[in-house]
Ligand binder design. Structure first.
Ligand SMILES: [Zn+2]
Length: 102
C-alpha cells in the first residue's frame, strides 16, 4: 500500500445535467458499455466513456431526459436502458441511506 503525497488533490467532475463541478465522489458515474448501453458504475473504475450526475433526483431526471447522455457518451440509449437507469436513480436517491451496510 503506497501513500501518495497528493492528498490535496481532489478529482472534480462536471454533472451533465446542471454543469456544476463537484468532487468526483459526490457524483454518480455512468459508463458506456461495449454494446452501447449505459450502466451505473458503482465502483467508479469501470473502463469506458463516462458521464457524471449529481446525487440529486432533479439532475438524474434532467440528465436522463432528452439525449444529453446519448450525446455525451456518443451512443443511443434504448428505451429499456433509460427506464432502467431512471429506476435505478429513484431507488438510489429515494432513500437517503448513504451507507453500504448489507
Ligand atoms: Zn447536477
Amino acid at each position: 500500500m503506497k501513500r501518495k503525497s497528493i492528498s490535496q488533490y481532489i478529482p472534480q467532475r462536471t454533472c451533465v445535467a446542471c454543469h456544476q463541478v463537484r468532487p468526483k465522489r459526490e457524483l454518480i458515474r455512468l459508463v458506456r458499455i461495449n454494446n452501447g448501453g449505459i450502466e451505473v458504475d458503482t465502483s467508479g473504475k469501470q473502463l469506458g466513456r463516462g458521464a457524471y450526475l449529481c446525487k440529486n433526483p432533479e439532475c438524474w431526471e434532467a440528465g436522463l431526459r432528452g439525449n444529453r447522455l446519448d450525446y455525451t457518451l456518443r451512443t443511443n440509449i434504448t428505451k429499456e436502458n433509460r427506464e432502467r437507469l431512471v429506476r435505478y436513480g429513484k431507488e438510489l436517491l429515494g432513500e437517503s441511506n448513504d451507507g453500504k451496510n448489507k
